[in-house]
Design a protein around this ligand. Structure first.
Ligand SMILES: NC(=O)C1=CN([C@@H]2O[C@H](COP(=O)(O)OP(=O)(O)OC[C@H]3O[C@@H](n4cnc5c(N)ncnc54)[C@H](O)[C@@H]3O)[C@@H](O)[C@H]2O)C=CC1
Ligand SMILES: O=C([O-])CC(=O)C(=O)O
Length: 351
């Protein structure tokens, strides 16, 4: 696919949630925009199924000036490949733990898609035993080498890996709740796609908040707030909700043992990182859903709409009016989400 085409795809789809840039470093100026601030983005797990297409999409983002691609193996090839693309950022590959510090140093945004994916029959929580340790060690390095970076956590189970990251940062004395994000953008991407299909509206015009967490019933799309309004019957809303909640499993089953969503996740990760960069650069009204430290419910972490700014989270937005069906979904998800959060906190503090 031509770079220009991909660029326009990223630009168009983020436009529905994020106000188009009109400031001096507008993306309209393209890659050589010299007035855009210098921004370093690091991808940890960059040689993986998500990491590779995400590296490509971040290379196409004109807000990035340096792109650091880190993995335990395979990054020299990915970095060499991506570096030939004639866009703004300089690309460097880093491989193995002794190069992790260099990869992280000076980063404004760190995106973490490191860890194992699901196979059919597994839940995201089944990944905990392996991924919790990976996330813990990567976050320990982040606390040391780039404590001010915004962290975009993709590794599953997000409902636990975000609390793990928070505990690691607290222990290191670097925790800033405004800078830690669980990436739930793929749930929003799916909700928009499925809603547009059912409501027969233009997908580019659709907005749907998705709140809660990122696993099964903890994923709660708020179709009552979807725009454009479509007045779908209750059974359609139920089916759309279930499909959004099971979206990850749908892909895991279709891939039949070859992993989980990678391409749609890379797209979603690129949208969310772009929103973080826009916020850092002072673009107003950048709003995305994300799993963050929250007081929206009694749970310490919760996904909802978040306004992004120069320091990361500027404001965690409330849930807005919920339908009875959504209110029931909200109450039903709390015990599972609570226990996943506690599992993460306990892990980080015991080891
Ligand atoms: N938040 C979300 O919506 C989604 C999250 N995911 C999660 O993202 C994670 C990655 O998925 P895939 O890319 O498909 O897996 P993958 O197995 O294709 O790639 C993972 C990469 O992480 C690397 N890695 C392992 N340990 C590492 C370490 N200590 N430091 C740096 N890199 C390390 C591996 O070498 C590999 O290249 C999984 O946990 C998956 O469940 C997947 C889709 C959506
Ligand atoms: O389902 C999985 O394991 C990967 C994931 O989080 C998603 O696709 O939403």
């Amino acid at each position: 696919m031509k770079a220009a085409m991909l660029r326009s795809i990223v630009k168009r789809s983020s436009a529905s949630l994020v106000r188009p840039i009109s400031s001096s470093y507008s993306v309209q100026r393209g890659f050589s925009s010299e007035s855009a601030p210098e921004r370093k983005v690091a991808v940890l797990g960059a040689a993986g199924g998500i990491g590779q297409p995400l590296a490509l999409l971040m290379k196409l983002n004109p807000l990035v000036s340096r792109l650091a691609l880190y993995d335990i193996a395979g990054t020299p090839g990915v970095a060499a490949d991506v570096s030939h693309i004639n866009t703004r950022s300089e690309v460097a590959g880093y491989m193995g733990e002794d190069q992790l510090g260099q990869a992280l140093e000076g980063s404004d945004v760190v995106i973490i898609p490191a860890g194992v994916p699901r196979k059919p029959g597994m839940t995201r929580d089944d990944l905990f035993n392996i991924n919790a340790g990976i996330v813990k060690s990567l976050c320990t390095a982040i606390a040391k080498y780039c404590p001010n970076a915004l962290v975009n956590m993709i590794s599953n189970p997000v409902n636990s890996t975000v609390p793990i990251a928070a505990e690691v940062f607290k222990k290191a004395g670097t925790y800033d709740e405004k800078k830690l994000f669980g990436v739930t953008t793929l749930d929003v991407v799916r909700a928009k796609t499925f809603y547009a299909g059912k409501a027969k509206v233009n997908v580019a015009d659709v907005n749907v908040p998705v709140v809660g967490g990122h696993a099964g019933i903890t994923i709660l799309p708020l179709f009552s707030q979807a725009t454009p309004k479509a007045n779908l019957p209750d059974e359609d809303i139920k089916a759309l909700t279930k499909r959004t909640q099971d979206g990850g499993t749908e892909v895991v089953e279709a891939k039949a043992g070859k992993g989980s969503a990678t391409l749609s996740m890379a797209y979603a990760g690129a949208i969310f990182a772009d929103a973080c960069l826009k916020g850092l650069n002072g673009v107003p009204d950048v709003v995305e859903c994300s799993f963050v430290q929250s007081t929206v419910t009694e749970l310490p972490f919760f996904a909802s709409k978040v306004r992004l700014g120069r320091n990361g989270v500027e404001e965690v937005l409330g849930l807005g009016p919920l339908s009875d069906f959504e209110q029931q979904g909200l109450e039903a998800l709390k015990p599972e989400l609570k226990s996943s959060i506690e599992k993460g906190i306990q892990f980080a503090n015991k080891s």
